[in-house]
Design a protein around this ligand. Structure first.
Ligand code: AMP
Ligand code: MG
Length: 440
């Protein structure tokens, strides 16, 4: 796409990128190396648009937002109570003060209080001059205008919110690259920002390949399966907030494949395909990918997953033709999802302009032993629950783990990540789990 790459030096060739990745071996590529390669490959969207605050939820902030004033703008009370001078508090006796007046939130003309006086103040009301402490009203006894404060109940500075303690003038309130969450919208609102600069949405095209695939609504002859990958991919992409271009199922026909790849390279920043990249594939997908761009075919040291194509494809018409990053994922339904989470998700976020934010891992005790060969990363589908004793989490694997068994993914609430160098896991041993759901 036109505005990708704009601020970058000329894109490196895939061979140049490979030479920067330590331990690069396309026939057995560790997940970490594949991730590093992809991070070096993908360009970042440059175009910026201004959006109304609410529409910016989930979008990537394109510029730092610097606070032009202090939030809060004045010292103010954190409680309903009595504002006083800390220096008026008696050391070893109750303090008695006279009420000089009241202060309410939003009130501009402030009551002044002389020594020995206090102000009845509400939460959020500006602190009157020279008063630095608030005693909550439930701690005092009041008799007419006399307020008695028990000794030791409050210290100087208590229950006072300081000017600028939330956002100080000149501070970067939010930094470019942030994926905007509900709290961020609130912060921007507290700065009075009606509009926010965000990167334009990344455009991601995807399609399925395979003569055996049928779309929902079509007949299902013997030997055929319904295309499920387009739905899992749609779901994962929708969650990332990218613009989705669904190009359907493409038959195993070179002309149809080529036309679809060209359309994808023209309209999208990234193209995701599923199927047709395994070693034994008899179809034309790999051939057409190789023809339309610079594409590598990897065997990744992971399970499920393994075969994957990566590179750039272009419309091919001229030197200024558009190009898109290609992620050619394996066809098996679980492998598609796992390779997406392991290798594509972060890359699409980076292309969208988002700052890298590693997904948080939980530590959970495996209920059963697990066999694991060092030298590849394994992703097992697991169900995480709170441990019976209430301390920490435990995880059990969802039934059969075949890479075609989508049910194992649907039943799971997280992926157990057995790392590259890790060996067998004993029952009760702690393992890393990537939870599927988070709070924000
Ligand atoms: P492939 O990677 O093309 O060799 O496909 C591996 C397995 O995944 C085969 O059993 C395919 O039928 C199956 N498969 C490929 N694409 C899809 C899809 N879009 N939906 C469901 N199953 C698929
Ligand atoms: Mg196939």
């Amino acid at each position: 796409m036109a505005d990708l790459d704009a601020s970058r030096e000329l894109p490196q060739s895939l061979q140049e990128i490979a030479s920067c990745v330590n331990g690069y071996d396309p026939t057995s590529l560790p997940v970490a190396q594949a991730q590093e390669f992809i991070a070096r490959l993908v360009p970042k969207v440059q175009a910026v648009e201004m959006l109304a605050l609410r529409s910016a939820l989930g979008r990537v902030l394109a510029r730092d937002i610097v606070s032009t004033f202090n939030v809060p703008a004045h010292d103010n009370s954190a409680m309903d109570g009595y504002a006083l001078r800390g220096s008026d508090l008696a050391v070893d006796a109750d303090t008695v003060l006279m009420v000089a007046g009241s202060g309410f939130a939003g009130q501009a003309d402030l009551v002044s209080a002389a020594r020995g006086q206090c102000v009845h103040i509400m939460t959020g009301a500006v602190m009157p001059a020279e008063l630095d402490t608030v005693v909550p009203q439930e701690f005092v006894s009041v008799d007419g205008n006399r307020v008695t404060i028990p000794t030791g109940i409050v210290r100087t500075g208590d229950n006072r919110r300081l000017k600028g303690e939330d956002l100080a003038q000149g501070d970067a309130a939010l930094v470019a690259g942030r994926v905007l969450r509900p709290a961020d919208l609130g912060m921007l609102a507290s700065l009075g920002q009606a509009e926010v600069p965000v990167f334009r949405r990344l455009r991601v095209a995807f399609f399925s390949t395979g003569d055996e695939l049928r779309s929902i609504g079509e007949d299902l002859p013997a030997g055929c399966v319904y295309d499920s990958n387009r739905y899992t991919l749609w779901g994962m992409l929708a969650r990332l907030g990218v613009e989705i271009i669904d190009l359907g199922v493409v038959r195993d026909d070179p002309a149809a494949l080529e036309a679809t790849f060209r359309a994808a390279a023209r309209d999208a920043d990234a193209v995701i395909t599923s199927g047709g990249v395994s070693v034994g594939e008899a179809d034309h997908t790999k051939m057409v990918m190789a023809k339309l761009g610079e594409v590598l075919f990897w065997r990744i040291a992971m399970r499920p997953g393994r075969p994957m194509a990566i590179g750039r494809i272009s419309t091919g018409k001229s030197a200024d033709g558009h190009s898109a990053i290609l992620f050619g994922l394996p066809g098996n339904p679980v492998a598609v999802m796992v390779t997406f989470y392991a290798l594509v998700r972060d890359a699409l976020l980076a292309m969208s302009g988002a700052a890298a934010q590693p997904m948080p891992l939980l530590r959970a005790a495996s209920t059963l032993p697990m066999r694991k060969k060092p030298g590849r990363t394994e992703y097992q589908r697991g169900i995480v629950t709170r441990a019976a004793d209430g301390a920490g989490f435990e995880v059990r694997i969802t039934g059969a783990q075949g890479s075609g068994i989508l049910r194992s993914m649907s039943e799971a609430n997280g992926l157990v990540v057995l790392h590259h160098a890790q060996g067998n896991v004993a029952a009760g041993e702690l393992v890393d789990v990537l939870p599927f759901d988070g709070l924000v």
